[in-house]
Design a protein around this ligand. Structure first.
Ligand code: MN
Length: 158
């Protein structure tokens, strides 16, 4: 996975939004990493799942929210990488700006990565709401779900 905050920065005017401009952390060889889920009341309510990978927060918008038990699969649409500092962001993104609306932290914690590759991610989350082994699988484009950014998110213990 490529480290980049270019798309994140291009979409935002930091003189208008309170969101962090961020810097790319040196890719840390940490065993325990951070994750956050931000409830984002924008045009459409969604939940942004962000996982610390390669010094940035890899991000997915989950329209129906992350599943909290096994047996539920949720669509997770990958969005641009966010800076690590974004994990602490809560507040209002002004009208007219990208993602305008309110952001609140819905869950936060740490995780241990079991597998990370371009099409599959397995993490063991240690959060308040999200706890346990979660899997993200990248979907191939289909007539119903076009594009390269669609993933499935579900909880599955071994
Ligand atoms: Mn969002």
């Amino acid at each position: 996975m490529i480290m980049t905050l270019e798309e994140y920065r291009r979409k935002r005017d930091f003189s208008k939004t309170g969101e962090p401009e961020g810097k790319i952390e040196n890719a840390k060889d940490r065993v325990e990493r951070i994750f956050v889920v931000q409830k984002h009341k924008a045009t459409h309510l969604h939940y942004d799942l962000r996982l610390e990978i390669d010094g940035v927060l890899k991000s997915w918008a989950v329209p129906k929210g992350p599943p909290l038990r096994e047996g539920i699969k949720r669509l997770a649409v990958q969005t641009e990488d966010h800076p690590i500092e974004y994990a602490d962001f809560e507040g209002v993104i002004p009208e007219g700006e990208y993602g305008a609306g309110t952001v609140e932290i819905w869950d936060k914690g740490t995780f241990i990565a079991e597998e990370i590759d371009d099409n599959k991610i397995i993490v063991n989350l240690n959060g308040t709401k999200m706890n346990g082994r979660y899997i993200l699988i990248k979907l191939k484009p289909s007539p119903r779900l076009k594009g390269e950014n669609n993933w499935l998110l579900f909880k599955k213990e071994k």
